[in-house]
Design a protein around this ligand. Sequence first.
Ligand code: ATP
Length: 912
Amino acid sequence: MYVRGTVADEVDVRSVSTSYGESELAEVPLRLADDGIEPPGNATPALSDGGTAAVTDGDETTTVTLWNKWTESAALLEPGMELLVTNAKEEEFRGETQYATTGDSYVVVEPSFLVSVTSIRNWVECPRLYYLNKLSGVPLNYPVVKGTLVHEVFGDLLRGRDLEESIDARIEERGLQLGLLGETPEAVVEDVRENAKAIEGWLEQGRLTEDDNWRSEQLLISETFGIRGRADAIRRGAPVELKTGKNLKKEPRFKDKVQAACYALLLEEHGGDVDTGTLLYTKNSALDRNEETGDLTPAKDFSMGDGLLKYVVRLRNEIAAMEVSNGVPTGYEADAKCEYCFEQDTCMVVSGRLDQDSKAGQIGQPLPEAEREYFERFYRAIEEERREVHREYAKLWEQSAEERADDDRALIDLEFVEKRSLEGGRWELRARREGGATSKLREGDLVLASDGHPVRGDSELARIERLDDEIVLTADEPVEVTRLDVYPSELTTDRLLVAMHDALLKGDARRKDILFGRTEPEFEAIDEEFIGNNRNQNEAVTKAVGAKDCALIHGPPGTGKTYTIAQAIRAMVERGERVLLSAFTNRAVDNALEATLEQLTAVIDDDQVVRIGSESGVREDMAPYRLERAGDPDDRVAKLQNAQVVAATTATCGSRVMKEQTFDVALVDEAAQLTEPGTCAAINLAERFVLVGDHEQLPPVVRAENELSESLFERLVDLYPDAGVMLDRQYRMNQRIQAFASTEFYDGQLRPATSPVASRTLDDLEGVSRDALPERLQDPVSFVNIEGDRSQYTDSEEAARIADLIESYEAAGLERSEIGVIAPFRAQVSEISNHVPDDVAVDTVDRFQGSSQEVIIVSFTATGTLEGPIFEDYRRINVALTRPKRALVLVGDAQALASDPVYERMLAWARR
Ligand SMILES: Nc1ncnc2c1ncn2[C@@H]1O[C@H](COP(=O)(O)OP(=O)(O)OP(=O)(O)O)[C@@H](O)[C@H]1O
């Protein structure tokens, strides 16, 4: 029986005498979860006695007794924490039903907090090491890269690839990284071969017989234990872990066993019965085995005892409890010996700078109070964000397939078409979807591809190569795909933490004075005209070029941000500076790069401009500039080091390769959409920085509500008004269209840049005549009143009317591709898509930011009364209303809209 609930009060741990002698017990007052708890879909004998969950009718509090070793986990509990006990037994005590652990029970603290296997492994070495790794990320160093290479070769061998071919191919793929590390392919081949030989030899021995049943790299998630990880390999249902080190002992290292045990737990939950684990030490070569030097066989098996599995869950509980209570480990939690630790110095420095209690001690001066306070605040905010990612994971099993599809988080009921093996042992998978099914998934995304359930079924990480009615994926394993789910990645969260750590602990003093408002940014006087026809753009470039610390360019819609960025980069390049061009999205990076290239043709050679990004992330016309990472190390690294302009998203700026680069200046577009640490990922790499954005448009995309939702751009604009310039002439909208946004969002400062812009109408377009439109659509701004169908997130009447409007525009000579439709909710986007032809772009505001169209139709999907903000906040409506160049049509219920002051003013303007 499963018991799950919330700890209702303090937990009491004590000793009692039983017929077996002294025992420890903890009585946990537990408020049972509303519906008790359903056992996971495929609960196995290891986890379940087949009994059902404790079911309650609401707020019922009971007592759960945790026996013996589980009292260690009980001691971590605080009121409010979640607790799960498997295989519990029911007991009557003074007429009340209570529960207690049995010999088969597992006790899980905060089961929805997903701890990674790597974290557990680090934690068992030293909890402080776990924390330090989280803060500083995985560095680019040779042992790490070699480890990855050996793992990749191992996977290839399992998939039947030839050893030499695999080694060559994998080393080639990592050309750039190896080049940055100053390694030659010859030396690396030797090194990897030495490690891989041992693996191959071992594989040969028990050669891959049919019943050996190997599988490489499996992503595993446990909803019961709150653990996730990727096992190197599974043989006959048991985990095999690869280690690039040497181990002369008979037994595997303890931390390695712990890691394998984590996978064993995960496999058991997936229906396995795991009794052994294998560690492969690739530096061991059985050939030189002799008694004096120790046991040099590469593979060491051990039996997977019950005690070890439970110990692993207790370790995991320690991490979850610490994280959920916002704790910072000190190192005292473990009996690790600091004097033998490679990380001792780092540990002492971090403890010293952040004034943290630590077993290793502190060295150095603590950071100023304000910086430590900032660190703690943002650390918490980022961890909250991580928890939101975990909630996304939980939805993988809490929501039904249909619910996930309705939420746009999954494509379900696909028809599996075929699997085809690719060169290098990977697979191409194809599946077909019913027309019309939409989701958040996009080409290039990593997704969970499964044969029915992303956690309980056969599931793999796959990349979407093509997303039409036929979906093409690539993956390491040939899953018979019938379902795709959004993969909730923690990568972004991890990188935010590292970027913040780097800004504060490695950042230069002057930069921090700027970030913390301790000094005014300074500017060098520049006496040069960069842009002749636009005063504020010229001032923006002057500021960007002359900034000693930072410049802030506020660019409302269509005001030539991109053009200004390109001019600024040109001026910087002419001054011999190395420039990082970054933005939140790939699209913005490519846009800005395209404009920059136009400016740079006369100034530098094409090969001095490099775009860093994945093949699917970089737009086709910018692909020639994309830095191929594979190839000869020297050549790859030369290509990067020679580049005077490097363009990459801010997420990529946090990658190991980019973190090694330095720039004179970082120019960041879409800066108002970036969190503070997200911005730091780019500006950490440069001496000075220029942020370009508009805080009246979309704010940072974050899941949790906390300080992450204010951008550094916005904070600095407030802090240093003199470091900023607002571009005030827009090159996009007819005057009538821009009027509302200008008064409502830009203090009336926004003006058309030229009179042709001010007076542009649909008549300017070839073959289009406004006279052919119904009268009410002839004005550049019109409002169509519609009562609507009263559903909350969709409105089929609005959708139908929009389809009519599109027909009217087509009849007047417009191309469908010149019309865009914006709706506040995804459900309404689907609804409208079902009504209008495929080639009309229909999407949410977020997908339209940064683009423009001749005609924009906005669906408000509001009827009767307004219950909440339609577009979440007014910044979104600003974006929606500023997309069109020549015509804007608002469709909605006037009465509903009039109940909100901003929408009421909008109505007045549209109906004028
Ligand atoms: N000073 C200028 N002189 C002439 N044309 C300009 C000038 N500045 C911008 N433009 C033109 O105005 C248009 C819009 O400029 P740009 O694409 O740079 O705007 P943006 O502010 O980046 O737009 P968005 O708000 O979509 O990000 C472009 O066609 C650009 O060439």
